[in-house]
Design a protein around this ligand. Structure first.
Ligand code: GAL
Length: 418
């Protein structure tokens, strides 16, 4: 009898000991969580889908959705820099996978290593190896990717093209052949918005001109910016700009998309958040309300970028932030966010039945195309380079001097350690 009692006691103690870590884990989170991003306004709904999941899981945490408006983070990044340097980091912030993360915040030793979280959540095998490399160094893994966006997409309205008697151009030569006709009909051939969208257009044009091998060589420091190929890319860009709207600098990227949708312009080259805008905000059906194609001369190439969130050192609520990161990396979170956002999941096991025709085609291309990294959205170069590149672009938009732009980029590359 005594023996049986002792056995029961041992089992009870063992059960308690085993349950203890889980009990600690399950402790209900309280306090605040500040999420910092540039997903405001039209870009808000996808983020909200993630916040909704988080709130369900952590009802006692007060979520502060800190957004700073401005496409591609033009304003948010400046605010973030001030806060990080001033010792007031948010709990978690949006940052592009690649050099924007590694060559900027990781290099400055401002991020927490998320390797334990990746292991705990089984993410090492869930995200593509190439992507994990972009968010990691030999010292750790520094952010959680939420999506894969494509930069080199040409958007149009099929019915409008039909009306004007033109086809979506597969090459820049085809574009230059139809552009005068469109212009004569009072239609802007290519809609452009504020300066960061010129950087965005530049990368599609430069990739077309250089080809993927030389594009990669450029960012690996193996092809000098002063080489004739790069000068030629700037020249092609200058020629393309002749067919854009003169009020570009005062427009948001959504307003450039609107120009295409209401027939003031024939085409726009923008990342596939434009698809998100067209189907989530404008309720258009992919393939009917809007059409798409790889930007001219980049068929079979996928100019890629990924949004991610990290945990900065000194974040006021690190436990709440880790719970947030768990939602971001989860299958549930990913497949709630991406179908609204206009991006595909960064996970290899996403449920494609939840994604529309545009996104299905993007997923297919991502699986078979040559994947190269975006400059305008943080993969290829760090913030030092990008800050300077914005000034080079401003100068180029005024002067159209291809040689001067190439020379200026060469100096920048040196400063940025490319
Ligand atoms: C990109 C970002 C996208 C989208 C876009 C427009 O840099 O990766 O998710 O937000 O800017 O703002």
């Amino acid at each position: 009898m005594k023996k049986t009692f002792a056995k029961i006691l041992i089992v009870m103690i063992a059960t308690l000991l085993l349950a203890a870590p889980q009990a600690v884990q399950a402790k209900e989170l309280t306090g605040e969580l500040e999420i910092f991003s540039w997903w405001a306004g039209d870009e808000g709904p996808a983020l909200q889908a993630l916040i909704d999941i988080y709130k369900k899981q952590n009802p006692k945490v007060k979520v502060i959705n800190g957004t700073v408006t401005g496409g591609s983070g033009v304003n948010a990044k400046a605010v973030l820099k001030t806060r990080m340097l001033g010792g007031e980091p948010p709990d978690s912030f949006q940052v592009h996978a690649g050099q924007e993360l590694i060559g900027t915040w990781v290099k400055a030793d401002r991020m927490e290593d998320l390797t334990p979280l990746f292991k705990e959540e089984g993410w090492m095998d869930v995200f593509p190896e190439g992507l994990v490399k972009l968010i990691g160094t030999d010292k750790g893994i520094w952010s959680v990717p939420v999506n894969v966006h494509r930069s080199n997409v040409l958007w149009y309205v099929p019915a409008n093209l039909k009306k004007w008697g033109v086809k979506a151009p597969k090459t820049w030569d085809e574009f230059f052949a139809i552009a005068p006709k469109l212009k004569a009909a009072g239609v802007t051939p290519l809609a452009l918005a504020q300066n960061w969208t010129a950087n965005h257009l530049w990368e599609s044009v430069a990739l077309a001109s250089l080809g993927p091998d030389k594009w990669d060589a450029l960012w690996a420091g193996k092809l000098p910016f002063t080489s004739p190929e790069v000068v030629k890319a700037w020249e092609l860009f200058g020629k393309v700009l002749e067919y854009t709207n003169s009020d570009a600098s005062s427009l948001s990227w959504q307003q450039a998309t609107d120009m295409v949708l209401d027939g003031r312009a024939a085409f726009n080259i923008m990342g596939d958040w434009a698809a998100g805008y067209m189907f989530t905000t404008k309720k258009l059906v992919p393939g009917k309300g809007f059409g798409w194609m790889a930007s001219p001369d980049t068929g079979g190439e996928f100019l890629f970028l990924a949004d991610s969130f990290g945990l900065p050192k000194g974040a006021p609520h690190p436990d709440n932030a880790k719970a947030w990161l768990k939602v971001l990396g989860s299958k549930e979170g990913s497949d709630a966010f991406n179908p609204i956002k206009g991006s595909i999941s960064a996970r290899k096991d996403s449920d494609l039945s939840k994604y529309n025709d545009y996104l299905k085609s993007a997923a297919k291309d991502f699986g078979k195309d040559r994947v190269v990294g975006s400059l305008a959205h943080g993969v290829a170069a760090n913030e030092t380079f990008m800050g300077g590149f914005a000034s080079v672009m401003e100068m180029f938009l005024k002067t159209k001097n291809a040689k001067a732009a190439s020379m200026a980029c060469a100096q920048l590359a040196k400063k940025a350690g490319i």
